[in-house]
Design a protein around this ligand. Structure first.
Ligand SMILES: Nc1ncnc2c1ncn2[C@@H]1O[C@H](COP(=O)(O)OP(=O)(O)O)[C@@H](O)[C@H]1O
Ligand SMILES: [Mg+2]
Length: 139
């Protein structure tokens, strides 16, 4: 796994923009890390890199938010409140994954069993200094 030291939010932004440039239809990006490690923040920068002009809001209560203004459709999931993966079948998560857009899933470790095998995983941990984060990536 590739390990990246993120020093501050500017590094998160650059990482998000670079990843966005590489994303293809049907890519699924799993963001795994504790509360406050920056999953939503990274999602905002990936969205920005895709050219999404709508404001990104946290889909904590709706589970999924869709954005169609970018280079590819973006489906942003936050499954923190999903205690039963069955709920994801009900909202059609798998249809989203293969709908030709990019899916980003916060707290993806909670629904690991429904993620496609080729899912891009980013594990995020706090670093020692304020603003620092450690990314471990499977791509
Ligand atoms: N390097 C960094 N990357 C992302 N967010 C950072 C970073 N440094 C500080 N932050 C701050 O940490 C918080 C992360 O919150 P958020 O993105 O909502 O986390 P999560 O979705 O993982 O709970 C934001 O207030 C953000 O400004
Ligand atoms: Mg979040």
């Amino acid at each position: 796994m590739r390990k990246i030291i993120i020093r501050n939010e500017e590094d998160t932004k650059n990482f998000g923009h670079e990843l966005a440039a590489k994303l293809k239809p049907n890519d699924v990006v799993a963001l795994i890390g504790d509360l406050g490690t920056g999953k939503t923040t990274l999602t905002k920068y990936i969205a920005e890199g895709l050219g999404v002009t709508e404001r990104i809001t946290s889909p904590t209560f709706t589970t999924v938010c869709e954005y169609h203004s970018g280079r590819l459709p973006l489906y942003h999931f936050d499954v923190y409140r999903v205690t039963d993966p069955e709920v994801l079948f009900e909202i059609g998560a798998e249809e989203y994954f293969y709908a030709g857009g990019v899916s980003i899933v916060e707290w993806a470790d909670m629904v690991a069993e429904i993620l496609p095998e080729e899912t891009i995983c980013i594990f995020i941990e706090y670093g020692e200094k304020e603003g620092e984060r450690i990314y471990q990536c499977t791509f």
